[in-house]
Design a protein around this ligand. Structure first.
Ligand SMILES: Cc1ncc(COP(=O)(O)O)c(C=O)c1O
Length: 449
């Protein structure tokens, strides 16, 4: 087992990528299709806490958490132990019961609001979206799903069908998609043309438009409204409280199932255990994934009793879903997040980083907007503060410069590929967070300073 010694700073010993990393990259280029998103050229060998070491023993500060997975930090000793112990016992048991799946379901029910009383354990985030849409259709006997511009719910066909940003490479050319999807605007005060010049009315305007679209563009056969509490892929756009409350109320009044996709926003990421806790709303179905295990693929749909009761034997199941190994690791991970107060740490460090990023915004006109909640941020770069013209090249250059200095960040996100996503593991300390912010500022200064 690895030690838990914390490193004090990045160490870059070689050119990037170094020779051993290049050798792996060559194998990838020869044998894998060019299908993964383009990221900075780190080849991960070890990761511990908030630190990642590549094949050439260069060490980086991780501002990605993988892709918002490693909430409890990389290689948490308790998770390593749980994996080792369970690997020696039982791993896959299909739909046969194992010791851990029901215990994970129980835990998920216990930590979610009282209206949610049943949990299905699955493997991926997209699978939860497919499942939630199936359940909502079966329960309501209706077929339409309302989704939002800018949404990201995964890469399977059902999930792609409810994704916004349809010119993105994950969607374009793969259609046609599932019929019966109605798209409505997600409040994005910084760019939405519905809100320009009326930013403080963005919630009302978007909600009015939502109702108008349902009135005019749907068959008024709405099974569900599917919404994220913050849209990660669109640039960490955080839903305004009043807007999401209006949507939740509309669902109640119109018999539509409110599906909250918290595959990304849960398990402490936003400074609360679940993102929806910021909104005083209750989902009817809740989709979870990523940070649920901090490690291996696990996801879950947690739902209300009467909604889940429409399911019959064999209606939702999968080969790996709820296997003993993943379920045990997820359960241990949830206990770690609760016992180590990682949501609280995310809220505290998030505030510190927020202040730091806003200082940078005051200093660099290239930073158009800073959005954050807990430990997830979108920093949007523009060519001009007035026109808000997106600056995707600048954004990529900053990520590259930060990488050279030992800070790993995910490739640009957002409608225009002009936003940097900051999402470190929730175990990050204040010193580590500020060190990362300093490196980011150096990179910004190198590109636009
Ligand atoms: C909000 C949201 N929903 C669903 C998904 C899909 O999850 P997965 O990639 O595990 O299928 C993602 C993945 O990024 C996500 O961010």
């Amino acid at each position: 087992m690895k030690t838990s010694t914390r490193l004090r700073g990045p160490v870059i010993n070689t050119e990037l990528p170094g020779p051993r990393s290049r050798a792996i990259k060559e194998i990838s280029e020869q044998y894998e299709p060019n299908a993964s998103s383009e990221q900075v050229p780190i080849v991960w060998k070890n990761a511990e806490g908030v630190w990642a070491t590549d094949m050439d023993d260069n060490t980086f500060l991780d501002f990605t958490s993988g892709v918002l997975v490693a909430n409890a930090g990389h290689s948490h000793p308790r998770l390593v132990r749980a994996m080792q112990e369970q690997a020696e016992k039982a791993v896959n048991t299909y739909d046969f019961l194992n010791e851990w799946r029901p215990q994970l379901a129980k835990k998920l029910v216990e930590i979610t609001p009282p209206n949610l009383s049943r949990a299905i354990v699955l493997s991926t985030g997209a699978e939860t979206i497919e499942t939630a849409m199936k359940i909502a259709r079966l329960y309501t006997g209706k077929h339409e799903i309302v989704a939002f511009h800018g949404a990201f719910h995964g890469r399977t066909y059902g999930a792609m069908s409810v994704n916004g940003k349809r010119s993105s490479p994950g969607i374009k050319g793969f259609g046609p998609f599932l019929p019966g999807v109605v798209f409505a605007p997600f409040p994005y005060p910084y760019r939405s043309i519905l809100c320009r010049g009326h930013e403080d009315e963005c919630s009302e305007r978007c909600f009015e438009y939502f109702k108008w679209i349902i009135e005019t563009e749907s068959e008024k056969d709405i099974a569900a409204v599917l919404v994220e509490t913050y849209q990660g892929a669109a640039g960490s756009i955080i839903a305004p409280k009043d807007w999401l409350q209006m949507i939740a109320q509309w669902c109640k009044e119109n018999g539509a199932v409110l599906i909250i996709d918290e595959v990304q926003a849960s398990f402490g990421r936003t400074g609360r255990l679940f993102g929806f806790e910021h909104y005083d709303i209750e989902p009817n179905l809740l989709c979870l994934g990523k940070g649920i295990s901090s490690t291996v693929p696990v996801s879950a749909v947690v739902g209300e009793e009467d909604i889940m009761s429409v399911l019959t034997p064999g209606s939702v199941s999968s080969t790996h879903g709820g296997n003993a190994f993943s379920s045990r690791v997820a359960l241990e991970n949830i206990n770690i997040i609760l016992e180590e107060n990682l949501s609280e740490n995310a809220a505290r460090i998030g505030e510190i980083l927020d202040a730091r990023f806003r200082d940078m915004q005051a200093k660099y006109p290239a930073i158009g907007d800073v959005r954050g909640l807990g430990l997830v941020f979108g920093i949007e770069f523009v060519k001009d503060r007035e026109t808000r013209e997106p600056a995707p090249e600048v954004t990529q250059a900053i990520i590259d410069e930060a990488f050279k200095r030992g800070l790993v960040m995910i490739a640009p996100i957002g409608f225009y590929g002009n936003a940097i996503r900051v999402a470190p593991p929730l175990v990050i300390t204040e010193d580590e967070a500020l060190l990362g912010a300093d490196i980011l500022e150096e990179a910004i200064a190198a590109v636009v300073g």
